[in-house]
Design a binder for this molecule. Structure first.
Ligand code: SF4
Length: 388
């Protein structure tokens, strides 16, 4: 069985106005105290994943801005992961980095600590768009961060792009994608700016509601997405997930675990974990750590874990989640394997839904695997809802 480990680092240099992540701008980061809390939580969590034996194929440091974490502390966390879990030699070990928060010495130290993949939050190469997004780095900082990563020995680098900020145009979005391609990373994530869900309360969403900020229309945003995909495809990147593109063999291991419904351990403020149960009770359990760094630290120091809430996931809920996430992948969803895994009938109760998707050219189906077409990808949420 495969397993991932997600470790969240909540601190940033400043808070971006569109950000709904568990993140906090902090002038003085409690490096030692935070590391101790994460180590303590990892030790407590390991027991829940001990049987049956799982092979860790990915460790992911997300944030926040984990490139602000001292490399020495990252090394300690990775050593604990190896002590407590069966981390495979070839495991993907990713660290998110922000342009402007790093230098070659620091990147080299991360590499030496065992990190083998960097995910750089570029968002845009245009300074005007970075200003709109409230980012504190420039386009040239992003290019420099990429070159620094290469100089430090990273041969697996992902760049994150966002399109659809105020004033962004189809041409500018295409230029961002072309600039990413010109650098030649192994992987690109390209998301549309969304201000829904938790993001409804972020400053940018409030400014939009007050009419102070005007975002591109849905149609304009869709056209930007199309332009970005065109540039990435021209550059040789394969769209293996709705918003993720890679050179062959460089698809993100970690996120693919989420999309395939595989378990992951979580440690750190705001981190979410997923563990399959056994027996007749709940099929699985999802737990959510406290999103406030202070409360997270206090909880771990008191109880050993930072958990603020959890939910039991039954088979039907897991089926809905797997349909939602699995259909994001170009490889599609193997419904026969899913039936076996969940002990549920899927193909026959949903036969009419599937037949209609195929008729409308939203999906292809070979009797086992259901795959969305490009058009289906564009309407993914609407397609997934038809199963619910
Ligand atoms: S750097 Fe990333 S995590 Fe930090 S505030 Fe900005 S978007 Fe959020």
């Amino acid at each position: 069985m495969q397993l991932g480990i997600y470790i969240h680092f909540p601190y940033c240099l400043s808070k971006c106005p569109y950000c709904d992540f568990a993140s906090r701008a902090e002038a003085v980061i409690p490096q030692e105290r935070y590391t101790e809390a994460v180590l303590r939580e990892l030790r407590a969590r390991a027991a829940g994943y001990a049987e049956p034996k799982r092979e860790v194929v990915s460790v992911y440091f997300g944030g926040g801005t984990p490139s602000l974490w001292d490399p020495h502390q990252i090394r300690r966390v990775l050593a604990a992961c190896r002590d407590l879990f069966d981390v495979q030699d070839e495991a993907e070990i990713t660290l998110e980095a922000n342009p402007g928060t790093t230098d070659e010495g620091r990147f080299t130290d991360f590499r030496m600590a065992g990190v083998n993949r960097l995910s750089i939050g570029v968002q845009s190469f245009a300074d005007s768009q970075l200003l709109v997004l409230g980012r504190k780095h420039s386009g040239s900082d992003a290019e420099r961060a990429f070159r620094t990563a290469r100089a430090a020995g990273f041969d697996n680098v992902s760049l994150d792009l966002i399109h659809g900020g105020s004033g962004h145009t189809v041409e500018a979005a295409a230029r961002d994608a072309a600039s990413a391609v010109a650098l030649g990373p192994e992987h690109v994530s390209a998301y549309a700016l969304t201000l829904t869900g938790l993001a409804e309360d972020v400053p940018m969403a409030k400014a939009v509601r007050r009419g102070e900020v005007v975002l591109p229309s849905d149609d304009e945003q869709a056209a930007m997405g199309e332009a970005v995909r065109r540039e990435l495809s021209r550059g040789g990147y394969v769209r293996y997930e709705i918003s993720n593109f890679a050179r062959k063999g460089f698809e993100a291991v970690h996120n693919t675990l989420y999309w395939r419904g595989i378990e992951y351990v979580a440690a750190g403020c705001g981190a979410c974990g997923f563990a399959r149960g056994s027996g007749e009770g709940a099929f699985a359990r999802r737990y959510m750590n406290d999103r406030s760094p202070e409360r997270y630290l206090a909880r771990v120091e008191e109880t050993g874990i930072g958990e603020a809430s959890f939910e039991e996931v039954d088979r039907d809920q897991h089926l809905r989640e797997r349909l939602f996430t699995g259909l994001r992948l170009a490889e599609g969803l193997d419904l026969a394997a899913l039936e076996k895994d969940l002990g549920l009938e899927i193909r026959s109760p949903f036969a009419k839904v599937i037949a209609r998707l195929v008729r409308e050219e939203l999906a292809a189906y070979d009797g086992t695997t259901l795959r969305l077409t490009e058009r289906g990808f564009d309407l993914h949420s609407e397609v997934a809802v038809r199963f619910f």
